[in-house]
Ligand binder design. Structure first.
Ligand code: 9WN
Length: 419
C-alpha cells in the first residue's frame, strides 16, 4: 500500500464533500448521485463511519412517496451539468431530483455500514426506506414480479453500453434541442457518449416528463424497456441484504419474504438471461422480446447477486479468463466487436464494476477476486483517481479526483487477500 495515495483518496473525498453528501466530481457531476453515494459509503465506512451513514441517509431523504430513490438529487446549485433541475422540473417536498433511478447498491452499502458499526439506530432509520425502495422495484418495474427493468440507459449506470445500441436504434428522436455541458475537456469527444446517444437520452427523458413520470403509462408507451443484467444482479443482492438487515432488527417474517423474493428473481434470471453462445448472462429487451447479445462485464457481475448455478459459474469464469482477463489492465467493461478502449462504458475499466466483480467473485473464486482488487490498487497508484481507464495501456480518462475511485480504493485496501 502506498500511504500517500491513501491520503490523497481521503483528501479527494473531503474536497468533494458537501453538506452531508459527496459529489462524484467537481468538474463533471456537481450534485448527489444515487449509486455513487452507495459506493462512496462502502469505502468511507472504513475511515469515517458517520460520513458513510449520512451519505446513505441524505440519499434516502430524497426518496419519492412511491418509493423510487432518484438517480440525481439536486442539493445546491450549479449550471455545470446537463440535464439539470430546470430540464427535469421535479420537486418533491422541496427537494429537486431527476425522474429516473439507478441500481439499488444503497442496500448493500447500508448493510456494510450496519455490520461495521452495529449502530441499531442507523438500522432503524434506514430499514423502512430500503424496504420501500425494493417494493417499488417489484411493484413498478417488473412485468411478473421476478426480474426488474429499466426505462432509460442512465438508470443502469453503464449509460452507453453497446448492449443498448439495438433498442436505441429503434427510436427516432427527431432533433431535440439542448446544450451539453460535458464536452469542456479537449479529450471529451473521444471519451463521452456521442450525440447520437444524447439525442435518445433526451428523447426518453422528455417523453417520461410528458407522461408525468407515470410508470404504468410508461410501461405501455416507453420504447426502451430493458431487463438489464447489471440492475437485476444488484437488485437480487439488495433483496438478500435487506433480508439480513430485517433479521438483525428482529423482523423475521419480512426477512423471509425478501429472501424468497431474491430466490424467485434468481431463478428467473438463470432461465431467461443466460446466453449459451456467449457463455455469459445478457440483458433482455422487453419491447422486442429478445436477448441483447453483447459480452459485457455486467454478465459476470451476476456473481454479486449469487445468480450463477455451479455449472453456469464454471462457464462464466472461463469466459472471464478467455475474454476479459487477458487485457493489460483489468477488467474492461465490454469486449465485443464494438470495443472502444477510450469511450466511457464501451471498453474502459471502471473501479465500481471492479468492486462489484470482486465482491461477487469472493463467493466463487477468491483468488480471482483478490487479483481484481490488487489490480484496482495498482491501476490507481499508477494513474491516479480517474473516472475510468484504458484497458490496453492503463491511461486514466474522464474526470480527475473521482469520488468512487477514491472510496473503493480504500475498500480494496481494507480487504485482506488470501495467502
Ligand atoms: C448520468 C455520476 C454518474 C454515474 C454514472 C456515469 C455518469 C451521468 C452522466 O456519471 O452518468 O447519470 O452524465 O454521464 O455513467 O454511472 O453514476 O458519477
Amino acid at each position: 500500500m502506498n500511504s500517500s495515495t491513501r491520503s490523497k483518496a481521503l483528501e479527494i473525498l473531503e474536497a468533494n464533500r458537501r453538506d452531508g453528501y459527496t459529489i462524484p466530481s467537481s468538474t463533471l457531476y456537481p450534485f448527489q448521485w444515487n449509486w455513487d453515494s452507495a459506493f462512496i459509503a462502502a469505502g468511507l465506512v472504513h475511515e469515517d463511519p458517520e460520513a458513510a451513514k449520512s451519505e446513505i441517509e441524505s440519499l434516502l431523504e430524497a426518496q419519492w412517496d412511491t418509493g423510487m430513490v432518484p438517480q440525481i438529487v439536486f442539493w445546491g446549485e450549479s449550471d455545470r451539468y446537463f440535464p439539470g433541475p430546470s430540464e427535469w422540473e421535479i420537486e418533491v417536498d422541496g427537494i429537486e431530483t431527476s425522474g429516473i433511478t439507478q441500481p439499488p447498491v444503497v442496500a448493500t452499502a447500508a448493510r456494510d455500514v450496519y455490520e461495521h458499526t452495529g449502530d441499531k439506530e442507523f438500522l432503524e432509520r434506514v430499514l423502512d426506506p430500503l424496504v420501500k425502495c425494493l417494493s417499488w422495484w417489484v411493484r413498478e418495474r417488473s412485468f411478473d414480479g421476478s426480474t426488474v427493468y429499466i426505462r432509460h440507459p442512465w438508470e443502469c449506470g453503464m449509460d452507453d453500453s453497446p448492449a443498448w445500441d439495438r433498442p436505441l436504434e429503434a427510436i427516432d428522436p427527431g432533433s431535440p434541442s439542448y446544450t451539453r455541458r460535458d464536452l469542456q475537456e479537449s479529450s471529451a469527444d473521444e471519451e463521452r457518449p456521442t450525440d447520437w446517444y444524447y439525442d435518445r437520452y433526451v428523447y426518453l427523458l422528455r417523453q417520461a416528463k410528458r407522461l408525468d413520470w407515470n410508470e404504468r403509462r410508461l410501461r405501455e408507451e416507453c420504447p426502451f424497456l430493458v431487463e438489464d443484467i447489471l440492475t437485476n444482479s444488484i437488485f437480487v443482492r439488495a433483496c438478500d441484504d435487506v433480508a439480513a438487515l430485517l433479521a438483525a432488527a428482529g423482523r423475521n417474517d419480512e426477512a423471509n419474504a425478501w429472501s424468497d423474493q431474491a430466490d424467485e428473481s434468481r431463478t428467473a434470471i438463470r432461465e431467461r438471461l443466460w446466453n449459451d453462445d456467449l457463455e455469459t448472462f445478457v440483458s433482455y429487451d422487453r419491447v422486442r422480446e429478445e436477448q441483447l447479445v453483447e459480452n459485457s462485464v455486467a454478465g459476470i457481475v451476476t456473481t454479486f447477486g449469487a445468480i450463477p448455478t455451479d455449472r453456469q459459474a464454471d462457464r462464466l469464469i472461463e469466459t472471464f479468463r478467455t475474454d476479459f482477463a487477458g487485457y493489460e489492465y483489468v477488467v474492461p467493461t465490454y469486449v465485443g466487436e464494438k470495443f472502444d478502449p477510450k469511450r466511457y462504458w464501451r471498453g474502459p475499466v471502471w473501479i465500481n464494476t471492479n468492486w462489484l466483480l470482486a465482491r461477487g467473485l469472493d463467493a466463487y473464486d477468491r483468488r480471482v477476486a483478490d487479483q481484481i482488487r490488487s489490480s484496482t490498487v495498482e491501476l490507481i497508484e499508477q494513474e491516479g483517481f480517474r473516472e475510468y481507464f484504458d484497458p490496453t495501456c492503463g491511461e486514466g480518462r474522464g474526470s480527475e479526483d473521482f469520488s468512487w475511485s477514491a472510496a473503493l480504493y480504500l475498500d480494496a485496501l481494507a480487504e485482506e487477500p488470501l495467502e
